[in-house]
Design a protein around this ligand. Sequence first.
Ligand code: FES
Length: 353
Amino acid sequence: MSALPGSPEAAATTGLDDSPVEPAPLDLPPLTEQTALEAREIIARYPVARSALLPMLHLVQSVQGYVSPEGVAFCAAQLGLTKAEVGAVATFYTMYKRRPTGRHLVSVCTNTLCSVLGGQRIMDALSSDLGVHHDETTADGSITLEHAECLAACDYAPVVTVDYEFYDQQDVDSARELVAALRRGEKPAPTRGAPLTDFKGVSRQLAGFSQYPDAAAAAAAIDAPGALGPTLVGLRLADERGESAPPMPRSGQSEPADAGEARETVRPSGETGETPGKEAADARVAAADNPAEKAGAAQAHPDKGAEYGRGRPPGGLDQSGTDTPAAGEPAGGYQGPGAGRTVEGRTPPKRKG
Ligand code: FES
């Protein structure tokens, strides 16, 4: 008979500890009645208590620096879950730490774009300087180093974050300087966004509470200057060209409020043509590389569905089981690149900011 999962016998067999997190260090700050009060405040934000688990795990990290065994039990008790359920969530997401985290969490993106531009060299240099590898903390408790998958800032590659604040376009030297400053107790200003605090502080923010001591400090963080950089180039160009997104459909509508007659695209060159939706549908039909895909693309085409496809049977599903629009019925959702171009003769309201 095989051993039960999680039992000592199973752990001996598999070599895996049945505890999802490391044992607590002796000097771990306790979870107090104040923590419980704040947990109940988080729970009250949700119609179903268990939905509060993710911010509650951040709350635990804001006190203890990681999701400790005590933190797992605390969340389970507050939410009426089993410790196994809480552990399953805490061990799924990389933002929940299973070992005590240093004062600062330094994440180096080593995903494709950052890596080819030097991200791996940065990771290797910091690892060598600090004497730690991925997910390890320096002996003085100042830095936890980790490599990260894409940090969603590829246009600033190679990217390093400290406590999830961005330091863009780093190289080995600048990253070394950054980490040396952190170890001296300094908090260099991130390239953009809010000022740097520390891992526990940002964990408190992720739990939905202010990490700043007073309203003035919070306001200063919100108003912190940041570089606009390449991310917003598209918005600036659209503004210069007078392009803007069409209005969002009102609740219960599948089309923008001003939808009606066919609209023509106005390109930056001044030429006009088919509507963006038709252009995208044409492209999808042309790109289909097998009959079934072509039929599906044609079915979704606002003009040609009747020509290529089948009508939608009662119940909304075609014979392949795919929920495709009926002939002539506009396809919902994304209409391809350029769907938001300016419409000649009717300028939609411009988005602010
Ligand atoms: S690859 Fe590094 S931020 Fe995307």
